[in-house]
Ligand binder design. Structure first.
Ligand SMILES: *Cc1c(COP(=O)(O)O)cnc(C)c1O
Length: 408
């Protein structure tokens, strides 16, 4: 049986899962109840530190808040990275509440309303412009208020990030401005007095585990940025080259090696240094920085047998962790890494299905998985749960309390 990469990195000699030194018992007391998400601060610090060592020093690192917008996590990130990327006014508030300089915050996202654009302009953050019409609205709002909007053009590239979990660039997309339309738009910006064009934003996709695909997309990103810089006629202040680095969720998926990504980027920087020397480069990441640091901890309420199958009935489920459930049954569901948190050192001895408390067969936490024999009161823990968990789940569905979140 293929094991999860995330399980292999646990200490399996001790029965108890410790999260940054805390036992599940003590975390349950601190949370006041199960289920809860616990995010390991030291893991986040190590991940960011390691990636910074692996990436060329010229490449700045931004955190995309939507991966995990818990204010304490964002506060921690604001101290570890060079900038925060937000995609709504709610996220903008969380970002600015950390005390970060507005110049280090950027605001991307399609279908921004005028009040959102006004909030971004008024706060002095960088706006990643998603369409020519949005650019016009920004100019009108900035003009009305006598302010200058700092903008970057988000480019929908003329290539794709291959083998991505989620493609957000290439072909017809609701995100960004088609690359072939950018030169004409740049020309209109030469005389604009209400916007200050700072750079480009080129984001292709998300959840990619293939260093070769990322390298190819990076090479194409640099080529596209060079062509657009040549058209603009002077170096941009900053270029955001996107991110897309993924983490392994399913059995047999390999972890991505940040060192390989770093080497590939260093080579590209060498090739492109003649036109890039005065431009700040930024990579924006969410999941890769926080995803592996998070644990969703729930408790087994009872064991239940039905016609030869064993169910572990748990107090946590898809209302807190939609992605783990398989997104309402829309995709072929695979199991996230799951452990019995107080029996780490026991061998798998039975095949069970872990089911949540919602009145739907889709509320599956683990489907026919081999686990050590677990009893009521044991903790069932879903690993790789630090990104797109609590905030990306239908918390109101069926009226259970929302998940508690702890940064420990
Ligand atoms: C969602 C998003 C990210 C973060 O993606 P991850 O896969 O979590 O790294 C970064 N940039 C933009 C523009 C996004 O929309």
């Amino acid at each position: 049986m293929k094991t999860h990469a995330a399980v292999q990195r646990l200490d399996l000699t001790n029965p108890e899962l410790l999260i940054n030194g805390w036992s599940l018992e003590s975390l349950t007391l601190r949370a006041g109840r199960t289920p809860f998400f616990a995010y390991d601060r030291s893991h986040i610090q190590e991940r960011v530190g390691q990636l910074r060592e692996q990436l060329p020093p010229r490449i700045g690192l931004h955190y995309a808040i939507k991966a995990n917008p818990m204010p304490a996590v964002v506060q921690l990130m604001s101290e570890l990275v060079d900038g925060l990327d937000v995609a709504s006014v709610g996220e903008l508030r969380v970002a600015l509440d950390t005390g970060i300089a507005p110049s280090r915050v950027s605001f991307a996202g399609p279908a921004k309303g005028d009040h959102e654009l006004a909030a971004a302009i008024g706060s002095g953050v960088l706006i990643n412009v998603e369409s020519p019409a949005e650019l016009e609205r920004i100019q009108v709002i900035a003009c009305e208020r006598g302010m200058t909007a700092r903008i970057a053009l988000r480019v929908n590239p003329d290539f794709e990030l291959k083998s991505s979990g989620m493609k957000m660039g290439g072909g017809a997309k609701p995100f960004g401005i088609d690359a072939e339309r950018i030169p004409a738009l740049l020309d209109t910006l030469r005389e604009s007095s209400f916007v200050s064009l700072c750079g480009l934003h080129i984001f292709c996709g998300s959840q990619n585990l293939r260093a070769d695909s990322l390298a190819q997309a990076h090479a194409q990103t640099f080529d596209l940025a060079r062509r657009l810089t040549e058209h603009w006629g002077q170096p941009f202040e900053s270029i955001n080259i996107g991110g897309g680095l993924g983490i392994p969720y399913f059995p047999g998926e390999p972890a991505l090696d940040g060192a390989v990504i770093g080497e590939q980027l260093a080579a590209l920087l060498g090739e492109h240094q003649n036109w890039l020397a005065d431009t700040e480069l930024v990579m924006e990441l969410g999941r890769y920085l926080v995803g592996e640091a998070g644990y969703y901890v729930c408790r087994i309420i009872e064991r239940k047998e039905s016609r030869g199958q064993t169910f572990l009935m748990c107090d946590g489920g898809l209302h807190h962790h939609l992605a783990n459930s398989g997104n309402f049954g829309q995709v072929l569901r695979k199991n996230y890494p799951v452990v019995i948190g107080n029996r780490l050192n026991q061998p798998a001895s039975e095949t069970v299905t872990a089911q949540g408390p919602l009145c739907t067969p889709l509320d599956v936490i683990a489907d026919r998985m081999e686990l050590p024999r677990a009893e009521p009161g044991d903790w069932l823990v879903v690993l790789q749960s630090g990104a797109y968990g609590a905030s990306a789940s239908p918390a109101a569905f069926l009226g259970h309390p929302p998940a508690v979140e702890l940064l420990v």
